[in-house]
Design a protein around this ligand. Structure first.
Ligand code: 4NP
Length: 158
């Protein structure tokens, strides 16, 4: 039995981008029969939206693709998350700064930005400010496809 890979997606509020990443990646895993191989969660760097459900813009675009995020409410990440997860993946440079503060650095090199996985130094723009959930969807799918390929190269033609 292979070790379960633990992945935490992180953004500022945990209502728009990181829950989109959480539920898209869970869907990708399920479609490849890999759900048992990864544990996936998402969290916020701020306290702003703690306890609140996923933003309607993210809910809508997920549901258009047949993906449910029912029951998800925002939580703030903690220093303990650094011990509990193998990958802590933020959406933008501000997230990464805040994550390193919360985690007291990144001694194990676990923190990255989602578009790093496709060799793109860009941030995923925050649809809370831009209103463009479609652009968020495209960027997150690009990053997550590359993450999937890195973690499970043998499954890419499934
Ligand atoms: P997210 O978007 O980080 O993608 O979840 C935001 C949601 C809420 C706030 C900021 C960004 N806020 O300031 O409440």
């Amino acid at each position: 039995m292979q070790k379960e890979i633990r992945i935490l997606f992180v953004c500022l509020g945990n209502i728009c981008r990181s829950p989109m990443a959480e539920f898209v990646f869970k869907d990708m895993l399920q479609k490849r029969g890999l759900s048992q191989r990864c544990h996936v969660e998402s969290a916020a760097t701020s306290f702003e939206e703690v306890g609140n459900p996923v933003h309607p813009g993210t809910r809508r675009i997920l549901s258009q693709h047949g993906i449910s995020c029912a029951g998800k409410t925002a939580r703030r990440m903690t220093a303990q998350d650094y011990q509990d997860f193998d990958y802590l993946i933020g959406m933008d440079s501000g997230n990464l700064r805040a994550m390193r503060t919360i985690c007291c650095g990144d001694p194990d090199g676990k923190i990255s930005k989602v578009l790093d996985f496709c060799g793109d130094p860009s941030d995923v723009a925050d649809p809370w400010y831009t209103g463009d959930f479609q652009a968020t969807w495209r960027d997150i799918n690009r990053g997550l496809s590359a993450l999937m390929e890195q973690l499970f190269p043998e499954t890419m033609n499934r």
